[in-house]
Write a protein that binds this ligand. Structure first.
Ligand code: HEM
Length: 271
Protein backbone atom coordinates (compact mmCIF):
# COMPACT_ATOMS: atom_id res chain seq x y z
CA UNK A 1 0.00 0.00 0.00
CA UNK A 2 1.32 3.53 -0.83
CA UNK A 3 1.66 5.55 2.39
CA UNK A 4 -0.36 8.78 2.40
CA UNK A 5 1.90 11.77 3.10
CA UNK A 6 -0.01 14.80 4.42
CA UNK A 7 0.85 17.64 1.97
CA UNK A 8 -0.72 20.98 2.83
CA UNK A 9 -1.73 22.17 -0.66
CA UNK A 10 -4.84 24.31 -1.30
CA UNK A 11 -7.74 22.21 -2.57
CA UNK A 12 -6.67 19.04 -0.74
CA UNK A 13 -8.77 17.54 2.05
CA UNK A 14 -5.81 17.87 4.38
CA UNK A 15 -5.66 21.62 3.71
CA UNK A 16 -9.42 22.02 4.24
CA UNK A 17 -9.16 20.11 7.52
CA UNK A 18 -6.38 22.39 8.72
CA UNK A 19 -8.33 25.54 7.78
CA UNK A 20 -11.42 24.17 9.59
CA UNK A 21 -9.37 23.27 12.69
CA UNK A 22 -7.86 26.79 12.75
CA UNK A 23 -11.34 28.34 12.52
CA UNK A 24 -12.52 26.15 15.42
CA UNK A 25 -9.46 27.08 17.48
CA UNK A 26 -10.11 30.79 16.85
CA UNK A 27 -13.70 30.48 18.06
CA UNK A 28 -12.52 28.53 21.10
CA UNK A 29 -9.95 31.26 21.91
CA UNK A 30 -12.78 33.74 22.29
CA UNK A 31 -14.94 31.32 24.28
CA UNK A 32 -11.99 30.60 26.61
CA UNK A 33 -11.39 34.34 27.15
CA UNK A 34 -15.05 34.93 28.00
CA UNK A 35 -15.22 31.92 30.29
CA UNK A 36 -12.06 32.91 32.13
CA UNK A 37 -13.61 36.31 32.91
CA UNK A 38 -16.89 34.67 33.94
CA UNK A 39 -15.02 32.31 36.28
CA UNK A 40 -13.15 35.24 37.84
CA UNK A 41 -16.40 37.18 38.36
CA UNK A 42 -18.22 34.20 39.80
CA UNK A 43 -20.64 34.08 36.85
CA UNK A 44 -19.43 30.56 35.98
CA UNK A 45 -18.51 27.65 38.25
CA UNK A 46 -15.64 25.18 37.96
CA UNK A 47 -18.09 22.26 37.89
CA UNK A 48 -20.46 23.55 35.21
CA UNK A 49 -18.81 21.81 32.26
CA UNK A 50 -15.55 20.43 30.87
CA UNK A 51 -14.23 23.82 29.75
CA UNK A 52 -14.71 25.41 33.19
CA UNK A 53 -13.19 22.35 34.81
CA UNK A 54 -10.07 22.43 32.63
CA UNK A 55 -9.67 26.19 33.07
CA UNK A 56 -10.06 25.92 36.84
CA UNK A 57 -7.54 23.15 37.22
CA UNK A 58 -4.45 24.87 35.98
CA UNK A 59 -3.93 26.55 32.62
CA UNK A 60 -1.51 29.01 30.97
CA UNK A 61 -1.53 31.33 33.94
CA UNK A 62 -0.50 28.68 36.42
CA UNK A 63 2.52 26.51 36.80
CA UNK A 64 0.97 23.14 35.96
CA UNK A 65 -2.07 21.96 34.02
CA UNK A 66 -3.00 22.16 30.36
CA UNK A 67 -2.01 25.03 28.09
CA UNK A 68 -4.79 26.88 26.25
CA UNK A 69 -3.82 25.05 23.05
CA UNK A 70 -4.12 21.70 24.80
CA UNK A 71 -7.53 22.70 26.20
CA UNK A 72 -8.69 23.61 22.68
CA UNK A 73 -7.44 20.30 21.29
CA UNK A 74 -9.23 18.38 24.07
CA UNK A 75 -12.52 20.14 23.29
CA UNK A 76 -12.14 19.49 19.54
CA UNK A 77 -11.29 15.81 20.20
CA UNK A 78 -14.40 15.43 22.34
CA UNK A 79 -16.61 17.07 19.72
CA UNK A 80 -15.49 14.46 17.22
CA UNK A 81 -14.83 11.43 19.44
CA UNK A 82 -17.94 11.86 21.55
CA UNK A 83 -20.53 12.95 19.02
CA UNK A 84 -19.96 11.45 15.59
CA UNK A 85 -19.11 7.99 16.91
CA UNK A 86 -22.43 7.49 18.71
CA UNK A 87 -24.50 8.97 15.87
CA UNK A 88 -22.65 6.77 13.36
CA UNK A 89 -23.42 3.68 15.50
CA UNK A 90 -27.10 4.63 15.71
CA UNK A 91 -27.31 5.12 11.94
CA UNK A 92 -25.79 1.67 11.30
CA UNK A 93 -28.08 0.17 13.96
CA UNK A 94 -31.15 1.52 12.16
CA UNK A 95 -29.87 -0.04 8.95
CA UNK A 96 -29.23 -3.49 10.47
CA UNK A 97 -32.54 -3.53 12.36
CA UNK A 98 -34.42 -2.70 9.15
CA UNK A 99 -32.56 -5.46 7.30
CA UNK A 100 -33.09 -8.07 10.03
CA UNK A 101 -36.79 -8.01 11.04
CA UNK A 102 -36.40 -11.02 13.36
CA UNK A 103 -33.78 -9.04 15.35
CA UNK A 104 -36.02 -5.97 15.31
CA UNK A 105 -38.90 -8.04 16.76
CA UNK A 106 -36.72 -9.45 19.52
CA UNK A 107 -35.32 -6.01 20.38
CA UNK A 108 -38.85 -4.56 20.37
CA UNK A 109 -40.08 -7.27 22.76
CA UNK A 110 -37.21 -6.54 25.15
CA UNK A 111 -37.77 -2.78 24.98
CA UNK A 112 -41.54 -3.05 25.48
CA UNK A 113 -40.90 -5.22 28.55
CA UNK A 114 -38.67 -2.49 30.00
CA UNK A 115 -41.19 0.21 29.02
CA UNK A 116 -44.08 -1.66 30.64
CA UNK A 117 -42.24 -1.70 33.98
CA UNK A 118 -42.09 2.13 34.03
CA UNK A 119 -44.77 4.65 35.00
CA UNK A 120 -45.96 7.10 32.31
CA UNK A 121 -43.16 9.68 31.86
CA UNK A 122 -40.74 7.91 34.24
CA UNK A 123 -37.14 8.16 33.01
CA UNK A 124 -34.92 5.17 32.31
CA UNK A 125 -32.35 4.29 34.97
CA UNK A 126 -29.05 2.40 34.85
CA UNK A 127 -30.75 -0.81 36.03
CA UNK A 128 -33.18 -0.60 33.08
CA UNK A 129 -30.24 -0.42 30.65
CA UNK A 130 -28.76 -3.53 32.26
CA UNK A 131 -31.94 -5.41 31.34
CA UNK A 132 -31.44 -4.57 27.64
CA UNK A 133 -29.13 -7.55 27.14
CA UNK A 134 -30.28 -8.67 23.70
CA UNK A 135 -30.43 -5.07 22.44
CA UNK A 136 -26.85 -4.53 23.55
CA UNK A 137 -25.73 -7.65 21.69
CA UNK A 138 -27.33 -6.17 18.55
CA UNK A 139 -25.40 -2.92 19.15
CA UNK A 140 -22.16 -4.88 19.65
CA UNK A 141 -22.69 -6.76 16.38
CA UNK A 142 -23.32 -3.38 14.69
CA UNK A 143 -20.05 -2.06 16.14
CA UNK A 144 -18.24 -5.16 14.91
CA UNK A 145 -19.47 -4.86 11.31
CA UNK A 146 -19.43 -1.06 10.98
CA UNK A 147 -17.07 0.29 13.65
CA UNK A 148 -17.05 4.13 13.76
CA UNK A 149 -13.30 4.25 14.55
CA UNK A 150 -11.12 2.23 12.20
CA UNK A 151 -8.04 2.02 14.42
CA UNK A 152 -5.35 4.19 15.93
CA UNK A 153 -1.65 4.72 16.50
CA UNK A 154 0.55 3.46 19.31
CA UNK A 155 4.14 4.58 19.79
CA UNK A 156 6.64 1.85 20.68
CA UNK A 157 8.27 2.70 24.03
CA UNK A 158 10.96 0.06 23.42
CA UNK A 159 12.10 -2.17 20.53
CA UNK A 160 9.88 -5.21 20.09
CA UNK A 161 9.37 -8.05 17.64
CA UNK A 162 5.93 -9.24 16.58
CA UNK A 163 5.18 -11.90 14.03
CA UNK A 164 8.69 -11.66 12.59
CA UNK A 165 8.67 -7.84 12.29
CA UNK A 166 10.93 -5.72 14.48
CA UNK A 167 9.46 -2.37 15.51
CA UNK A 168 12.12 0.02 16.78
CA UNK A 169 11.54 2.24 19.82
CA UNK A 170 9.85 5.53 18.84
CA UNK A 171 8.11 4.14 15.74
CA UNK A 172 4.39 4.34 15.46
CA UNK A 173 2.31 1.24 14.78
CA UNK A 174 -1.29 1.41 13.52
CA UNK A 175 -3.81 -1.04 14.96
CA UNK A 176 -6.96 -1.69 12.98
CA UNK A 177 -10.31 -3.06 14.09
CA UNK A 178 -10.91 -5.00 10.91
CA UNK A 179 -7.82 -7.17 11.45
CA UNK A 180 -9.85 -9.07 14.06
CA UNK A 181 -13.50 -8.07 13.42
CA UNK A 182 -13.40 -9.69 9.96
CA UNK A 183 -11.07 -12.54 10.82
CA UNK A 184 -12.88 -15.88 10.55
CA UNK A 185 -10.50 -17.30 13.16
CA UNK A 186 -12.28 -15.15 15.76
CA UNK A 187 -15.70 -14.59 14.17
CA UNK A 188 -17.17 -17.48 12.18
CA UNK A 189 -18.76 -16.30 8.93
CA UNK A 190 -17.56 -12.76 9.75
CA UNK A 191 -19.69 -10.87 7.20
CA UNK A 192 -22.93 -12.24 8.64
CA UNK A 193 -24.98 -10.06 11.02
CA UNK A 194 -25.35 -12.37 14.01
CA UNK A 195 -25.81 -10.85 17.50
CA UNK A 196 -25.69 -14.35 19.08
CA UNK A 197 -21.86 -14.18 18.84
CA UNK A 198 -21.99 -12.04 21.95
CA UNK A 199 -23.91 -14.57 24.05
CA UNK A 200 -22.18 -16.10 27.07
CA UNK A 201 -18.47 -15.27 27.35
CA UNK A 202 -18.54 -13.63 23.89
CA UNK A 203 -15.47 -13.10 21.67
CA UNK A 204 -11.91 -13.75 22.86
CA UNK A 205 -10.20 -10.82 24.65
CA UNK A 206 -8.82 -8.09 22.33
CA UNK A 207 -10.62 -9.44 19.25
CA UNK A 208 -13.71 -7.20 19.56
CA UNK A 209 -12.18 -3.73 19.84
CA UNK A 210 -14.57 -0.98 18.61
CA UNK A 211 -13.56 1.09 21.65
CA UNK A 212 -9.85 0.25 21.36
CA UNK A 213 -8.09 -1.43 24.25
CA UNK A 214 -5.52 -1.15 27.00
CA UNK A 215 -4.66 2.06 28.81
CA UNK A 216 -6.06 4.33 26.09
CA UNK A 217 -9.37 2.50 25.65
CA UNK A 218 -12.24 4.89 24.87
CA UNK A 219 -13.17 6.57 28.17
CA UNK A 220 -16.63 7.37 26.74
CA UNK A 221 -17.66 3.76 26.09
CA UNK A 222 -20.16 3.45 28.96
CA UNK A 223 -21.59 6.87 28.14
CA UNK A 224 -21.97 5.82 24.50
CA UNK A 225 -23.88 2.75 25.72
CA UNK A 226 -26.30 5.00 27.64
CA UNK A 227 -26.82 7.37 24.67
CA UNK A 228 -27.39 4.56 22.17
CA UNK A 229 -29.72 2.43 24.32
CA UNK A 230 -31.82 5.37 25.55
CA UNK A 231 -32.22 6.81 22.04
CA UNK A 232 -33.12 3.44 20.55
CA UNK A 233 -35.59 2.67 23.37
CA UNK A 234 -37.54 5.86 22.69
CA UNK A 235 -37.71 5.40 18.92
CA UNK A 236 -38.51 1.68 19.10
CA UNK A 237 -41.37 2.15 21.56
CA UNK A 238 -43.14 4.20 18.90
CA UNK A 239 -41.95 3.14 15.47
CA UNK A 240 -40.94 0.45 13.04
CA UNK A 241 -39.05 1.63 9.95
CA UNK A 242 -38.09 0.71 6.39
CA UNK A 243 -35.02 1.75 4.41
CA UNK A 244 -35.96 4.08 1.55
CA UNK A 245 -33.07 2.67 -0.52
CA UNK A 246 -32.19 -0.90 0.60
CA UNK A 247 -29.14 -0.84 -1.73
CA UNK A 248 -27.71 2.43 -0.42
CA UNK A 249 -23.93 2.35 -0.54
CA UNK A 250 -21.90 2.89 2.62
CA UNK A 251 -18.40 4.32 2.42
CA UNK A 252 -15.83 4.77 5.19
CA UNK A 253 -14.99 8.50 5.40
CA UNK A 254 -13.47 8.16 8.00
CA UNK A 255 -16.56 6.72 9.72
CA UNK A 256 -19.21 4.59 8.00
CA UNK A 257 -21.25 7.00 5.91
CA UNK A 258 -24.38 6.02 3.95
CA UNK A 259 -24.09 8.07 0.75
CA UNK A 260 -27.67 9.38 0.93
CA UNK A 261 -27.73 9.83 4.71
CA UNK A 262 -29.79 6.62 5.24
CA UNK A 263 -33.32 7.97 4.65
CA UNK A 264 -35.92 5.79 6.42
CA UNK A 265 -39.71 5.61 6.41
CA UNK A 266 -41.08 5.63 9.97
CA UNK A 267 -44.24 3.63 10.63
CA UNK A 268 -45.99 4.32 13.97
CA UNK A 269 -46.94 1.14 15.90
CA UNK A 270 -50.54 2.30 16.07
CA UNK A 271 -50.91 1.84 12.29
C1 HEM B 1 -19.94 4.16 19.85
C2 HEM B 1 -19.27 5.19 20.30
C3 HEM B 1 -17.77 5.30 20.41
C4 HEM B 1 -16.79 4.55 19.79
C5 HEM B 1 -16.96 3.38 18.84
C6 HEM B 1 -15.52 5.08 20.25
C7 HEM B 1 -14.28 4.58 19.88
C8 HEM B 1 -13.07 5.05 20.34
C9 HEM B 1 -11.77 4.48 20.00
C10 HEM B 1 -11.52 3.28 19.09
C11 HEM B 1 -10.84 5.21 20.65
C12 HEM B 1 -9.31 4.96 20.63
C13 HEM B 1 -9.00 3.97 21.76
C14 HEM B 1 -7.62 3.39 21.73
O1 HEM B 1 -6.71 3.97 21.12
O2 HEM B 1 -7.42 2.29 22.32
C15 HEM B 1 -11.51 6.26 21.39
C16 HEM B 1 -10.90 7.21 22.15
C17 HEM B 1 -11.55 8.22 22.80
N1 HEM B 1 -12.92 8.38 22.94
FE1 HEM B 1 -14.33 7.21 22.11
N2 HEM B 1 -15.76 6.12 21.10
C18 HEM B 1 -17.12 6.29 21.24
C19 HEM B 1 -17.77 7.23 22.02
C20 HEM B 1 -17.16 8.19 22.79
C21 HEM B 1 -17.85 9.14 23.62
C22 HEM B 1 -19.36 9.20 23.79
C23 HEM B 1 -16.89 9.93 24.20
C24 HEM B 1 -17.02 11.08 25.14
C25 HEM B 1 -18.15 11.59 25.58
C26 HEM B 1 -15.59 9.46 23.72
C27 HEM B 1 -14.39 10.02 24.07
C28 HEM B 1 -13.15 9.52 23.68
C29 HEM B 1 -11.88 10.12 24.06
C30 HEM B 1 -11.68 11.39 24.89
C31 HEM B 1 -10.87 9.31 23.52
C32 HEM B 1 -9.34 9.49 23.62
C33 HEM B 1 -8.83 8.66 24.81
C34 HEM B 1 -7.31 8.69 24.97
O3 HEM B 1 -6.60 8.92 23.99
O4 HEM B 1 -6.85 8.47 26.09
N3 HEM B 1 -15.80 8.40 22.88
N4 HEM B 1 -12.87 6.13 21.19
Amino acid sequence: MVPKVPIDLPGTRYHKARVAADALRQQLTQIIEERRIALRNGRASAEQDLLSFLLSNGSDEEERGLTDDEIKDNIILLLYAGHDTSSSTLTSLFKFLAENPHCYDQVLREQLKVASSKEEGELLEWKDLQRMKYTWRVVQETLRLLPPAQGGFRKAIKDFTYSGFTIPKGWKAYWTVNATHFNSKYFINPKKFDPSRFEGAGPAPYTFVPFGGGLRICPGNEFARVEILVFLHNVLKNFRWNLVDPDEKIIIDPMPLPLKGLPIKLIPHSK
